[in-house]
Design a protein around this ligand. Structure first.
Ligand SMILES: Nc1ncnc2c1ncn2[C@@H]1O[C@H](COP(=O)(O)OP(=O)(O)O)[C@@H](O)[C@H]1O
Ligand SMILES: [Mg+2]
Length: 301
């Protein structure tokens, strides 16, 4: 796969889609930069697939625009050469072999049969190339979807829930591949309903719930929203609890000690020292990103 110049920015502007009374996507605006992996995150039903379908010209927006390098997908002369995509992995013809499937798509995007053979090996489906897709596992379908997306060696890839059905080894493999694409300067957009599945893969996150944007930033900035907790243990447990209450710190019992939310260990240590309270443990605990994700996506509407 060659290095890539001028990979496209993917963007949606005031994008909306209603199915009857259901607002699947509602006034959504965000953009996805080249040279990074962006995670498009939200719970099931949040509107991820609908948004990606609009970006790929498969669903017509009822409001706003979805743009690939400033143009709607369908207005590109050879769109499949600009963005490779894998949407829901169930859309394969079950009677075709994996290789046969790739060859059908290759004809549409002007890729050779030799390229199909290379790709089927590249995604680890070499031994299953001649088997019918109907008998493929979910993980194998994901790999086939990825091979399809890569047929034209595109500068941008859009993958809908690529980690679904992959085992941990498969997820690690996919991660390496996507990180390598981004390092080549390509634009990579992947959706997931589970942040923890992609948190070691993505540089940026776009989080939606009920069709609306709830957060867009680097992964590092998302991490900063996690409130730290501190575990603290003292032989003078009553005095320690009293200190927390005096300071207005929220505390809960945990084993032999207390967990204090949102107060750094240094601040608790200093207060305990000043109050003459002996401490036997003082431990910072990060809060998982998944908690932040649930907090962000749970409270809308
Ligand atoms: N073709 C459709 N007809 C009617 N409702 C749809 C259609 N596609 C999606 N929806 C609805 O739009 C909402 C968003 O769905 P979807 O984009 O698939 O979410 P996600 O991919 O985040 O799980 C859901 O309420 C879903 O039921
Ligand atoms: Mg979906």
């Amino acid at each position: 796969m060659g290095p890539t110049r001028d990979a496209p920015v993917l963007a949606v502007e005031g994008l909306g889609k209603s199915f009857g009374s259901v607002r699947a996507v509602d006034d959504l605006t965000f953009s996805v930069r080249p040279g990074a992996v962006t995670g498009f995150l939200g719970p099931n039903g949040a509107g991820k697939t609908t948004t990606l379908r609009m970006l790929l010209g498969l669903t017509r927006p009822t409001a706003g625009r979805a743009l690939v390098d400033g143009l709607p997908y369908a207005e590109h002369e050879r769109p499949a050469r600009v963005v490779g995509a894998a949407l829901e992995a169930s859309s394969f013809h079950p009677g075709r072999t994996g290789l046969g499937h790739l060859e059908v798509f290759a004809a549409q995007v002007g890729a050779s049969n030799r390229r199909c053979r290379e790709l089927i090996d590249f995604v680890g489906l070499g031994p299953a190339a001649e088997r019918r897709v109907g008998g493929y596992s979910m993980g194998m379908r994901q790999r086939l979807g990825l091979a399809t997306a890569l047929l034209a060696d595109p500068p941008a890839v859009v993958l809908d829930e690529p980690a679904n059905g992959l085992d941990p080894e498969g997820i690690r493999w996919m991660r390496g591949l996507l990180r390598a694409f981004a390092a080549e300067g390509r634009t990579v957009l992947i959706s997931s309903h589970v942040l923890s599945e992609v948190q070691h893969t993505v540089d940026d996150v776009v989080i939606i719930a009920h069709g609306r944007l709830v957060h867009a930033s680097s992964l590092a900035d998302l991490g900063a929203l996690a409130t730290p907790e501190t575990y603290v243990e003292s032989p003078a447990a009553g005095a320690l609890a009293g200190l927390c209450d005096d300071r207005g710190w929220s505390r809960r019992a945990d084993g032999a000690g207390l967990v204090v939310a949102g107060v750094p260990a240094a601040e608790i240590g200093a207060a305990a020292y000043a109050a003459g309270i002996e401490l036997h443990q003082l431990v910072s605990r990060g809060v998982g990103l998944e908690d932040v994700f649930l907090r962000l996506t749970g409270g809308v509407r």
